[in-house]
Design a protein around this ligand. Structure first.
Ligand code: G6P
Ligand code: MG
Length: 232
């Protein structure tokens, strides 16, 4: 399959910010004397803020009012925002900057499908905002594992989901891609928890874009012929 667009998750795919989310959540959990179990980290990946808080609170959830929960989520977010203040282009994960530059050079549309409301600030700090032509708004999409944010990114790019390849480090994110109308999922990281991904990589550094994309530049004259575009 030859793809026409790339869609990226942010945290844990483009930058090591999944780690910063975890630090902020872990500090909140410690402050509340809540347990941090072995699987907490994997379960938190890709979950939006309030769903993440529910994982942290676990069976203690009913002890907190909605108002108290909103205050706890805001506390975690302030800590996270402190942590991302020090981000710079040096914090791009291996291969991310190179892949984005290649996609831009080939005029292949690039979208972001992150659950994080902090994503625009993170992209800015990493110096890569201009690499993305679409940043899907997590406040307008049902959270992952629903496919909505990936479908919104594809729609914003004007490319059918089946011609989009998307990159994710979280089980919830891979599930979202796999239910996004034929979109292809590349899992980054832990192969045990990303079994549903179509391809699995340790990092974006291993991804060879020439094998996957039809450059809009090289495509001239073939645009109307769908059969040519999807040849294996
Ligand atoms: C991403 C991260 C999650 C985070 C979520 C919401 O999906 O993987 O760990 O909870 O975004 O982020 P936010 O910055 O809006 O709290
Ligand atoms: Mg992620």
């Amino acid at each position: 399959m030859i793809y026409r667009a790339a869609i990226f998750d942010l945290d844990g795919v483009i930058a090591d910010t999944a780690r910063l989310h975890l630090i902020a959540w872990q500090q909140l959990a410690e402050g509340l004397n809540l347990p941090w179990t072995a699987d907490t980290e994997e379960r938190l990946k890709g979950l939006e803020r309030m769903a993440s808080l529910e994982v942290i609170l676990g069976e203690k959830s009913s002890n907190y009012t909605e108002e108290a929960k909103i205050a706890l989520a805001a506390r975690k977010n302030s800590r996270y925002q402190e942590l991302i203040r020090s981000l710079s282009p040096a914090d791009l994960l291996p291969g991310a900057g190179e892949l984005l530059a290649w996609l831009n050079s080939q005029h292949i549309p690039v979208g972001l499908a992150s659950a994080s409301k902090n994503a625009p600030a993170v992209l800015e700090a990493l110096g890569i905002s201009r690499c993305f032509s679409v940043i899907a708004d997590p406040e307008k999409s049902a959270p992952k594992p629903a496919p909505d944010i990936f479908l919104a990114a594809a729609k914003g790019l004007g490319i059918d989901p089946e011609f989009c390849i998307a990159f994710e480090d979280a089980p919830a994110g891979v599930s979202a891609i796999k239910s996004a109308d034929g979109m292809t999922a590349v899992g980054i990281g832990n192969p045990d928890s990303l079994k549903d991904a179509d391809y699995m990589l340790d990092s974006l550094e291993q991804f060879v874009p020439n094998d996957f994309f039809l450059s809009v530049l090289a495509e001239s004259g073939m645009r109307q012929n769908k059969d040519l575009a999807v040849n294996e």
